[in-house]
Design a protein around this ligand. Structure first.
Ligand SMILES: Nc1ncnc2c1ncn2[C@@H]1O[C@H](COP(=O)(O)OP(=O)(O)OP(=O)(O)O)[C@@H](O)[C@H]1O
Ligand SMILES: [Mg+2]
Length: 508
């Protein structure tokens, strides 16, 4: 839409950013036109979020400049960037848990009436943006009570409400369902047709194929290349990202299911006390747990792990003959969960990478109350290398790792424990393509060693690529079970949207 005489809406010129010991960005330049959806991709730790935070005035660059509408911009603050029409949707949620959806949308920009906050206007106007993102909760709902996918929609509604000219979305879909993602795409297309520009970050390359007008690739903090619309294909993107072909993505060794490891009968979770869930899991099996956001997958996993004890029903795992009442009981029975909201439930942000990785396994190995430092060093070094965790040293505090590298730390912590039953909630959320491959390999290896794995994922591709068997949930119950040969996009989606009244078993 730009022609030669008008400057691009946004120009990033020679931006560098240095943190103590880390060159996060090295001389990065790019432009953004009016009404353009520009995807920015790169491996975990490539510098994407740092660049976006600089454009949105959250952080200052070490050197370089930002030019908006042909005029050099100084953004000492988020408020200044907002004034220029630049809004950022954070990768990690940035909401006030104890406030309502409406209050969060207008936080810091509350409309006033006679000098006091105009609550009615807040509720009314927020409704417009709530509808826009397809969020189906009243504006007065307290944000902390919403599941993470819906919190993400609130974050997006909040950014839309600023009427920005440039909207930065840092992994907006990482906790959204397929349906919510499509809804978000409609919103983005609507914005584009109104001349709003979008900087879009995602590790889900099919989203980028579907949505982006152009792709800029970052690699190790440097500009690595870009692709025009017609060249946006997964293989091209990956080549620029990692400098190699990632071809055989879902490496699976056929698993011979062994003995039954876990049996659940008529389990009722506190979230869905009127629904019962029954299933069996065998040693060496990778079972996918599919469903739309809100279907009850996370509730089932946290119940199996004793976080929110079951209302009733039975569960047999190892020495345990009823559902665990505490996490300690679950762990003692050989059950582990890598939760969905890893920042809250799985990580100790002020502690080092090393300590986070080794904490759970050392507690198990610990003798006489002191830590085995040699073991700690070994566990940590192995995991950092295996999962390619990008960090200056494993003594680095986890808080300063990029989003995806934080995810790897939590996952690594559980993977090195070798449980009997491993529960994973969205294991590759926010993780780059190359590292996903490593995680799939690890899951495969664990299964080959006899671990039963139950993993929830909103990425159909992942469910289809990895699972020996799939359990599909809808509104708190299992609507169907698919054997390997019967797992297709259609069969999963049909069951995820309700399926038949009775539970279906579809085999080969
Ligand atoms: N406040 C900080 N202090 C020290 N290092 C930091 C800080 N913020 C970011 N880094 C480092 O800068 C590098 C780039 O991080 P950034 O968050 O921009 O990556 P990213 O491309 O967004 O990755 P991801 O896909 O995992 O979100 C990483 O090595 C990260 O550890
Ligand atoms: Mg990031």
């Amino acid at each position: 839409m730009t022609n030669d005489s008008s400057p691009p809406l946004l120009e990033v010129r020679g931006i560098s950013k240095q943190f103590s010991g880390v060159q996060a960005l090295d001389n990065v330049s790019l432009t953004l036109s009016r009404g353009e959806v520009l995807a920015v991709v790169g491996e975990n730790g490539a510098g994407k979020s740092t660049l976006m935070r600089i454009v949105a005035g959250v952080t200052q660059p070490t050197s370089g400049s930002i030019i908006v509408d042909g005029t050099p911009a100084e953004f000492p603050s988020v408020a200044q960037a907002l004034k220029q029409g630049i809004a950022l949707i954070h990768q990690e949620l940035n909401l006030a848990d104890n406030l309502s959806v409406a209050a969060n949308i207008f936080l810091g920009r509350e409309p006033l009436r006679f000098g006091t906050i105009d609550q009615r206007r807040i509720d009314q106007e927020s409704q417009t943006f709530i509808d826009m993102v397809g969020l189906d909760v009243p504006p007065q709902t307290i944000v902390g009570t919403l599941p993470i996918g819906k919190q993400q929609l609130v974050e997006i509604a909040k950014a839309l409400s600023t009427n920005a000219r440039i909207l930065i979305m840092d992994e907006p879909t990482s906790s959204l369902s397929e349906r919510e993602t499509q809804k978000l795409f409609d919103v983005v297309r609507g914005l584009r047709s109104r001349g709003v520009s979008v900087l879009y970050i995602s590790h889900r390359l099919h989203e980028i194929e579907e949505l982006a007008d152009r792709v800029v690739v970052l690699r190790d903090g440097k500009y690595s290349g870009e692709l025009p619309r017609d060249d946006i294909q997964r293989a091209n993107i990956v080549r620029l990202m990692v400098g190699r072909d990632v071809s055989r993505f879902y490496q699976r060794t056929p698993h011979e299911p062994g003995d039954i490891i876990a049996t659940a009968n008529d389990l009722r979770t506190t979230k869905f006390p009127h629904r019962t869930v029954s299933f069996e899991l065998r040693a060496g099996e990778i079972v996918g747990l599919a469903g739309l956001v809100g279907a009850g997958r996370s509730e089932l996993l946290t119940t199996l792990f004793g976080v929110t004890p079951a209302v009733n029903g039975t569960l047999a795992v190892g020495t345990l003959h009823r559902p665990p009442r505490t996490v300690r009981e679950a762990v003692a029975a050989g059950i582990m969960l890598a939760p969905e909201d890893r920042r809250r439930a799985g990580l100790f942000l002020p502690m080092s990478v090393k300590r986070n990785l080794s904490l759970a396994s050392l507690r198990r190995d610990q003798r006489h109350g002191f830590l085995n430092h040699a073991a700690e060093n070994r566990v940590s070094a192995e995991m950092v290398a295996l999962m390619r965790i990008k960090t200056a040293t494993d003594r680095q505090v986890v808080r300063y790792l990029s989003g995806g590298n934080q995810q790897k730390v939590v996952l690594g912590k559980w993977l090195c424990l070798e449980p009997k039953l491993l529960l994973l909630d969205e294991p590759t959320r926010g993780i780059d393509v190359g590292s996903k491959e490593e995680i799939y390999k690890l899951m495969d290896q664990l299964a080959a060693r006899g671990v039963a794995i139950l993993f929830a994922s909103s990425e159909l591709e992942e469910i289809i690529g990895l699972s020996d068997r799939v359990l599909v949930m809808h509104e708190g119950r299992i609507t169907g079970e698919l054997d390997r040969a019967a797992i297709t996009e259609e069969s999963v989606m049909q069951l995820a949207t309700g399926g038949a009244d009775r539970r279906e078993r579809i085999g080969a």
